[in-house]
Design a binder for this molecule. Structure first.
Ligand code: ZN
Length: 642
């Protein structure tokens, strides 16, 4: 059967949905297809957990909005209805009522009257209606999912659901500082990772743990069922042991078990198919302790993996030659395993908006002792590149034809390579000095960590070693990465931020930090110039830029290794957050004229078991024809676990 594959799908608000293809799937034998199938089911079963983590009202509101959507029978050209549809699609995309990037609550474009009438027609009580109207329409109720403003109480001002209402930042920090005191300082568990912090009747704080029989227990049991199904089709005994340990962790909620699981998982590199399923990244918690739920499944892309392997095989060389002070270097780089993969399914916090590179586990001591697994997700990058081609961005924002040609020629290869360097070497490099707390940089930790990995990539992409390893064609290629990175950090990433707002998200703060630090400290190498009333990045000395990146890398590594909170704060506050209002306005205007969507996300393929007449499973089919709303509604039907 030949299916035409269309990458670009729906476009609304500031979003563009894409499809990604999984070219390896149909080449797998049935046993591996079944492994993918059941792991994918496990990755979808946790969907509701994330919705509840993002907001304690999220699930209830989603059900209401979906009921309105499916039961509406009024005119389709009604302006309120059309605005409502956009609102629901945005809420789906963000897994909640706050923008996935800016974290600000969405403004509904439809009227109160429309909303109330719909609820009345579905027999909602007056009390329920009043509550829902408050959540949707009152800008002062839950205005922001994560607030990171320096000097404010980050918990009282954030509406995410990781801490019970009323718990202050100082209380939570004291609670976790206390837990840490009793832990093995060499091998501390990641305290707080898998629980909601709550207050008992006597006023003391306790963790309500996310586990079977605990908070989110119903969803977790469904995940475990699917993992146990997948286990029958595991490719090897280590993969089985990984699944067993994960199920054990989901059942007992003990972070020591989680560390054992992470160690087993990082050691399993033989399988063609791999997965992540669990409480993973901490970007959604203003204190950076509690992990949002995510799941995904991947299949190795062998050809592209050779590239990443060339880097990881030389990890020690890169560590030894980095510009970082030798006290902060790893003496022995262990097991950085790098793979290029195709995503087979995206779930939880990776859906619909996804990372394109992932490096896990996050535990510092496990990374130091056992290494980490790093992946570059090639089929998502490929979908992005198709979407970017012909978008007009380079025509509008790149300074001249020569630079545009540089980007056209080397852009794709350098983007992939920078992601590889960032994930498989950058995050894995360096050590903390003995006694330094891994969370010492607190709310600045995520930004500094991303900066460290990006700088490692920027420094090394210009190294002749990469040409020697056959990863770059010549000495010119890296310049395209320098230009596009700095153009993004100084100018174009602003298009994603509403006017009047500042930079919030850790990866964006990191890019602004690196770019603006370089602009300020190396004016001989890079300037912002104005031509025809428009601002452009002008690079005059690429060689000097490499030196700048090396210098900043050394400083950022020092800050992390020593846990220098004050230096981290100053760096991020000075370079990573504030936007120049006039420049911001100009960039957004130029961008709006191109009529593009600043954020992209993905529609998953659909997997189905194929049975013969006696019910035996004979195949697993993959299809790409589900629309965005069909998929979201189906997920709500099939995977509503809470
Ligand atoms: Zn990263």
């Amino acid at each position: 059967m030949i299916q035409s594959f269309v990458t670009l799908q729906e476009r609304f608000a500031d979003l563009q949905l894409l499809r990604y293809e999984v070219p390896e799937f149909n080449l797998l034998p049935l046993r591996q297809k079944l492994l993918v199938y059941y792991l994918a089911e496990a990755a979808l079963m946790g969907r509701d957990i994330l919705w509840d983590q993002n907001s304690n009202q999220g699930l209830c509101l989603r059900k209401t909005l979906e009921s309105i959507y499916t039961q509406y029978n009024g005119p389709k050209d009604d302006a309120d209805w059309q605005a409502f549809v956009v609102y629901l699609k945005r809420v789906w995309f963000a897994n909640g009522i706050h923008h996935h990037y800016s974290c600000l609550k969405f403004e509904p474009g439809f009227s109160r009257k429309f909303f109330i009438e719909r609820l009345q027609s579905m027999d909602y009580s007056q009390k329920a209606i009043d509550e829902l109207v408050e959540i949707v329409f009152n800008p002062e109720v839950m205005p922001k999912r994560i607030n990171q403003a320096d000097g404010e109480d980050l918990l009282l001002t954030s509406s995410c659901n990781y801490y019970a209402e009323g718990i202050t930042q100082a209380e939570a920090e004291a609670f976790y500082a206390n837990l840490k005191k009793e832990a093995d300082p060499e091998r501390p568990p990641m305290f707080g990772l898998n629980s909601r912090l709550e207050r008992a009747d006597d006023g003391t704080l306790f963790e309500n743990v996310w586990r079977s029989q605990g908070l989110y227990g119903k969803a977790i049991d469904c995940i475990c069922d699917m993992l146990c199904q997948a286990r029958q089709y595991a490719e090897n005994t280590r993969q089985q042991a990984v699944i067993d340990k994960l199920v054990e962790f989901y059942r007992n909620g003990d972070l020591k078990t989680f560390d054992e699981y992470a160690i087993l998982w990082v050691g399993e590199t033989a399988g063609e198919i791999d997965f992540t399923n669990g409480f993973t990244e901490v970007y959604g918690d203003p204190l950076g302790l509690k992990a949002s739920w995510e799941g995904y499944v991947n299949i190795t892309d062998h050809e592209a993996t050779r590239r990443a392997k060339a880097l990881s095989d030389n990890a020690q060389w890169f560590e030894d030659h980095s510009p970082v002070d030798s006290r902060f270097k790893k003496k022995e780089c262990r097991g950085v395993s790098a793979k290029v993969i195709s995503a087979a399914i995206l779930g939880g916090d990776l859906y619909p908006s996804s990372a394109i590179g992932i490096n896990l586990p996050n535990s510092d001591w496990i990374r130091a002792e056992y290494g980490s697994k790093s992946v570059t997700i090639a089929n998502l990058t490929h979908a992005y590149n198709i979407a970017a081609k012909g978008s007009g961005m380079r025509q509008e924002f790149v300074i001249d034809d020569a630079t545009r040609q540089l980007l056209d020629k080397y852009g794709d290869i350098c983007d992939n390579l920078h992601t590889d360097l960032h994930e498989c070497l950058g995050h894995g490099s360096g050590i903390l000095l003995p006694g330094v707390d891994a969370d010492a940089l607190r709310s600045y930790g995520s930004t500094l960590e991303e900066a460290r990995a990006d700088l490692f990539g920027l420094y090394y992409i210009a190294d002749p070693k990469l040409i020697e390893l056959g990863l770059l064609p010549d000495k010119e290629a890296y310049k395209s990465q320098y230009y596009s990175y700095l153009m993004n950090g100084l100018l174009t990433q602003m298009v994603r931020i509403e006017e009047g707002c500042q930079i919030e998200e850790a990866h964006m703060r990191n890019r602004a930090l690196i770019s603006r630090w370089t602009l300020t400290n190396y004016p001989q190498a890079i300037q912002i110039v104005v031509a025809g009333g428009k601002h452009y990045v002008h690079i005059t000395d690429y060689t000097l830029l490499r030196k700048a990146f090396g210098e900043l890398l050394a400083e950022v590594q020092r800050i992390k290794s020593e846990g220098d909170f004050e230096a981290a704060r100053q760096l991020v506050e000075q370079y990573g957050i504030k936007l120049d209002a006039k420049l911001h306005h100009e960039i957004r205007e130029r961008y709006q004229r191109l009529n593009l969507a600043p954020y992209k996300g993905f529609i998953n393929p659909r997997y189905e078991l194929v049975r013969n007449t006696d019910g035996t499973v004979i195949d697993v089919s993959i299809s790409y024809d589900e629309s965005y709303d069909q998929q979201m509604l189906r997920y709500s039907r099939q995977y509503s676990t809470l």
